[in-house]
Design a protein around this ligand. Structure first.
Ligand SMILES: [Zn+2]
Length: 312
């Protein structure tokens, strides 16, 4: 395990995933550690960090109240990535191959060298080849001595049912909105675009994809223009939306996105009126939002939102 993947903290420190942290900690406190877990969650929600913490808590010989001590030679060897009883399987190219699983099986065929159990972590478990997954199945269940498997995935639907049925499934929460925004802004994306994308989807990878799509920014510009048109001419302008969509490269496929963007636009206008400005999405459009907020009544905006939903 890489040093930077490991965090030195107690379970309470995992503020983004309190449910998962409590569940894992309780499994240790109540001695109900499962043979195999499947950690399911979007990229960046902390699956590997919690897997490392769990491995430490399981292997540490001086754990107190389920918390690893962070100081014994087990904890230190996990931190430095060379604990003989913790096995980490990462992608080899685009997949996890049968040879990697065979090697793991071989390593597990020896009793834990230093502690009372073996722990293995398979990152991107959905990327196992069918052969690799079938090979894993042979020893995933009913190990002869204490082995704990931690499978990590962003795509539970791509996990074989036979694997699923042998794992305790642990769902991770999505990251809070502001954290997702901060992550994508730090990657260089334009914040108003990021805020829209992170409202439309809670999945960080999907939001990133939206930010990378050129049309997404175009759609937003179209929406801002449309909101001005609606203000001048009334909501029947919405019937031109399909026309507008068809003129874009993606044609009608972009329509749902455009409607989402319009909804968040009206949400902004509404939030401006009720003085919740810190929650605005289109933070670069304060002037236009203010102008529309001053001209429209709340009920008019709510009606507008209703109309947009009708088109969705
Ligand atoms: Zn320790």
């Amino acid at each position: 395990m890489e040093n930077n993947e490991v965090v030195n903290m107690e379970w309470d420190g995992f503020v983004d995933q309190p449910k998962v942290a409590t569940l894992l900690r309780n499994s240790i406190l109540h001695k109900r550690v499962a043979h195999a877990y499947l950690f399911v969650g979007s990229q960046g929600v902390g699956k590997m960090k919690l897997a490392a913490q769990y491995a430490k808590a399981l292997l540490c010989q001086q754990a107190e109240a389920g918390n690893p001590c962070q100081q014994c030679h087990h904890c230190q060897r996990i931190d430095s990535g060379n604990h003989p009883d913790l096995h980490l399987i990462l992608l080899d190219g685009a997949s996890i191959k049968i040879d990697q699983i065979r090697q793991l099986q071989k390593a597990l065929s020896f009793r834990a060298a230093e502690s009372s159990r073996n722990v293995y972590i398979i990152e991107h478990a959905d990327k196992m080849t069918v052969q690799a997954a079938n090979s894993l199945l042979k020893f995933l269940e009913e190990p002869v001595y204490q082995i704990t498997a931690l499978l990590l995935t962003e795509h539970i639907h791509q996990i074989l049912p036979t694997i699923l049925s042998r794992c305790q499934i642990v769902y991770f929460d999505e990251l809070p909105f502001e954290k997702r925004v901060a992550t994508l802004v730090s990657e260089g994306f334009f914040e108003p675009i990021v805020r829209n994308a992170c409202k439309i989807t809670a999945d960080l990878a999907e939001a990133r994809e939206l930010c990378q799509t050129e049309q997404f920014a175009q759609y937003r510009n179209l929406m801002i223009q449309l909101s001005e048109d609606i203000l001048e001419k009334g909501s029947y302008v919405l019937v031109t939306l399909q026309e507008k969509a068809l003129k874009t490269e993606q044609g009608n496929q972009g329509l749902p996105l455009m409607l989402d963007l319009l909804l968040y636009w009206y949400r902004d206008v509404l939030f401006f009126q009720i003085d919740r400005k810190s929650e605005l999405v289109n933070i670069d459009q304060m002037e236009a939002i203010q102008r529309q907020a001053l001209r429209c009544s709340k009920s008019w905006i709510l009606k507008g939102i209703e109309v947009v939903y009708f088109f969705k």
